[in-house]
Each structure stands twice: as C-alpha cells, then as structure tokens.
Design a protein. Sequence first.
Length: 135
Amino acid sequence: MKRYCFIIISLFLVSSGCKKQVESTKEVKSFTLNVPKKVRNATFTVTSIDDSRCPENANCISMGKVSVLLKVQSDFDLKTLQFCMGDCKDIGATDKILFPIANVKCEVKIIDVKPYPNLSTAVVPKTVTFEIKKG
C-alpha cells in the first residue's frame, strides 16, 4: 500500500511540474504612423491611418470611420491586421482581433485615434492607441 501511495504522489508531482505557466499580459500602447514598437517578443507598426470621421462642428450624413492597418512581426511570423472604428460595415473590419503570433495568443483592440477631425484646426500627426493582451 505504501508503494501504491508513493507512485500516485510521484505521478501527481511530475504531472503538475510539467504544466507550462502562460503569463498573460495586458498593455496599452500608443503608436504614430510607421514608428515600430516592441511589445514582448513582437514588433508592432501602424502602417496606415485612414480617417474619414465626421469632423467636430460639421453636419455629415454619416458618422464616418477610421481604419488602421497594423503590422505585427515576430521572428518569421508576420501579420497585417485591419482595425476599424465607426461605420465599418462596408469594409468588414472590426475594433478587436484575436490571432496567434509566435505560438502565443494575442488579442489587440483599437481604443482611440487622436486627434479627432476638426474643421478649424490644421492637420496634425495621428496617434493610435491599442490595448494588447498576450498569453
């Protein structure tokens, strides 16, 4: 009986020691056009921002949309993802994408694109903010 208990305890300890702990991280990062940023083991680069949102203080037929292309690269893995906020039915894009990169689950959600278009101000560089969850 002692031998049987020893074997069961040994198997339990071995099996629990083999489980890989996946550490989940959540970060909020802001990007400007064509400026890469490293997030853990991947490089994120916003390659395109198409902002056709209705400007503040303007009368528009629709609210418009902002579409962003994000390139995610890790070693030999490359993904190009299209995100959209606003009236995005015509392009079929969404504000959140779940995908694997370098064998790690990654979820990216577009949070904001600033500045919001305004009729009275000059065009300034856009900043895109993403929430990035890995693990």
